[in-house]
Design a binder for this molecule. Structure first.
Ligand SMILES: NC(=O)CC(=O)C(=O)O
Length: 277
């Protein structure tokens, strides 16, 4: 255990159409990350299925009953680590969600976050995507504790919404984790910039974990990334299958917060960010 934090591994796995192969591959990469000292392993958005509205229904599982939950729970327990299980389509009460699950070293499900802002965009000549054709959006901010640190969850498009990140900062988070699959249109300009912005605005670590870039269907940008509370990119993957590691030191959050105290300097007498839950 590091003195002021822990070692994290971001697993940028390649995802195909075969659910069981996807699970086996993720499980092998989790094993590898643990062998390299990871205490937290994080997976990408839609790691058990291709990313696309036509796939969500077919690959959806109820949580924690399906094979994807089972693999994540068993891997967390076997390796005695925390796992942020990327996302997979969740079925609940005949509705579908894009959902992130978190598992503790006993294999228990300790958090579940449903994508709050659905990815509905239309860039002519670039990309058109409408998650809301099939998915419902989540309504809850979700945090959990690990090694004394409060962690907040978001998924991909949620990264674009500063209000969500600010609410997590207000709730005491020092790490925000976004499994995400940006694409070849938005990825080059926005992926790194958005993560650095959320990290700098809120003076916390940000993780974003992408699938590796495939050749068919929705092409993910890749470049999974760790950004520190100063807004510096401290680890970044290329676009293929890869694991990146980062030794986190949460005293960096305390330092930047003390040295540049923007949180206490906010003019909440003029404006405010209100958490309604
Ligand atoms: N896939 C997403 O949810 C978001 C994305 O690709 C983008 O915001 O760009």
């Amino acid at each position: 255990m590091l003195q002021n934090g822990f070692r994290a591994a971001l697993v940028q796995c390649l995802v195909g159409k075969d659910r069981l192969k996807n699970l086996e591959n993720a499980s092998n990469l989790i094993h590898k990350a643990k062998s390299n000292g990871a205490q937290l392993v994080a997976l990408p958005e839609c790691f058990n299925s291709p990313y696309g509205t036509k796939f969500f229904d077919e690959y959806a599982e109820s949580i924690p009953d399906g094979p994807t939950s089972k693999m994540l729970s068993e891997a967390a327990k076997k390796h005695s680590i925390y796992i942020i299980g990327g996302t997979f389509p969740e079925r609940d009460d005949n509705k579908l969600y894009n959902t992130c699950t978190v598992w503790n070293p006993n294999g228990d499900l300790i958090a579940k976050f449903r994508k709050m802002h659905l990815f509905d965009i239309d860039i002519p000549g670039g990309i058109t995507f409408k998650e809301s054709d099939i998915l419902c959006s989540g309504r809850d901010l979700v945090t959990f504790e690990m090694f004394g640190v409060t962690v907040g969850l978001g998924i991909c498009y949620d990264l674009r919404f500063e209000e969500l990140a600010k609410l997590y900062r207000i709730k005491g988070c020092k790490l925000l984790v976004y499994p995400g699959a940006f694409n070849m249109t938005t990825g080059p300009l926005h992926w790194e910039l958005l993560q650095r912005s959320r990290a700098l605005d809120n003076q916390l670590y940000v993780f974003a974990i992408s699938p590796a870039r495939g050749e068919h269907g929705y092409i993910a940008w890749g470049h999974s990334q760790v950004t520190d509370p100063w807004g510096k990119v401290v680890a970044q993957a290329k676009h293929g299958e890869e694991i990146i590691y980062s030794d986190l030191d949460f005293t960096e959050c305390d330092k930047v917060r003390a040295q540049i105290p923007i949180f206490d300097q906010r003019r909440t007498d003029i404006y405010d960010t209100v958490c309604k839950i």
